[in-house]
Design a protein around this ligand. Structure first.
Ligand code: BDP
Length: 325
């Protein structure tokens, strides 16, 4: 009898906690992108899915366009729990979580599918664990294609970067990467890049096609050179403590929503990155293939040597990535 009663109570409690009648939590999500970028749509979808999967118990509001702050600041906010969720690039996570820097080594991945295979393996698990410990738990990985250089001239060899001031994201590996080619690296927030390109504060930058297009960098440059030197994944990440405070059912609901939104993002990315390229070319951007990327890869040897000399514990992850088919 007692057993039956407690079972009923338990069922009622479960129904109650998933019914939306329990106090709903308001969560905020940070996103840097504007409408028209695949991640804008994917994050909106994530918010919808979270609402559905938790029966409204978590009400997620997405703040697009970086209005909650620049990426390094937003990352700190999520780590502190002041913002619950974000769509983050792993580049600016490297300075906070050493393991995440694996993905910021130039040419570490052979292709986007290779990058995902590495993330799905042991190296990816090591990165996810370290991020979770740092307060930034990745729920799902999303696609950010490959990053290439753009400026007022075509770049075909590392020598073409010599003397150019190139904007990079906030990570010492990127400053080393530009310096190794004889360029002058300029770390800067994403929101400032268009103006910096326009006024000549920098001569160039590097990014994927959707971001190049979405924030108008293509309006203030002329050439996009397919160096594809970095393939950096992104995540849908959550503050670890807030996630762990959820019941197992709610955790599964939120994780499931992130996984579904990430699949949606990858589908959108596949279509819209091609469209972004077509659109910038139609607007006059000259896109050049780089027949031989070997000289760029050779120029990165010193970047790897210096990085691994300072961080010998990262060699294992580098070897794991390289051994992944
Ligand atoms: C975009 C990323 C975004 C970065 C931006 C940048 O999606 O997270 O902030 O590049 O270059 O591709 O800063």
């Amino acid at each position: 009898m007692y057993k039956k009663f407690s079972a009923i109570l338990l069922t009622a409690a479960t129904a109650f906690s998933l019914s939306g009648t329990a106090a709903a939590a308001d969560w905020r999500a940070w996103n840097i992108h504007n409408e028209g970028h695949p991640n804008h749509a994917a994050m909106d979808r994530f918010a919808e899915l979270v609402g559905e999967a938790t029966n409204g118990e978590i009400n997620l509001e997405v703040f697009h366009g970086g209005v909650l702050g620049n990426q390094p600041d937003a990352l700190e906010q999520v780590r502190l729990g002041a913002i619950e969720v974000g769509n983050f690039n792993l580049g600016p996570i490297g300075p906070m979580v050493k393991e995440a820097n694996l993905v910021s080594l130039p040419f570490i991945f052979k292709s986007v599918p290779h990058m995902f295979r590495v993330l799905e393996g042991e190296a990816g698990q090591a990165i996810a664990d370290a991020m979770g410990e740092a307060g930034l738990l990745p729920l799902a990985w999303v696609d950010a294609g490959a990053r290439s250089f753009y400026s007022q001239k075509a770049i075909n060899t590392p020598a073409d970067v010599e003397g150019l001031k190139i904007r990079v994201m906030n990570n010492d590996l990127y400053t080393s990467m530009i310096s190794a080619m004889g360029g002058n690296p300029s770390p800067m927030a994403f929101s400032e890049v268009q103006q910096a390109l326009k006024t000549g504060v920098v001569d160039g930058a590097e990014n994927n096609f959707p971001s190049f297009k979405n924030v108008g960098h293509y309006e203030v440059t002329t050439h996009y050179s397919l160096s594809e030197h970095l393939i950096i994944p992104e995540c849908i990440c959550v503050n670890t403590a807030k996630f762990e405070a959820l019941s197992p059912e709610m955790q599964a609901a939120v994780r499931g929503a992130a996984e579904e939104a990430a699949l949606y993002q990858r589908e959108l990315w596949a279509v819209q990155s091609g469209e972004a390229r077509t659109e910038v070319e139609a607007a006059g951007i000259k896109v050049n293939e780089i027949a031989d990327k070997g000289p760029f890869q050779e120029a990165m040897v010193s970047v790897y040597d210096d990085y691994l000399a300072a961080n010998p514990d990262m060699k294992e992850l580098v070897d794991l990535a390289r051994a992944t088919e």
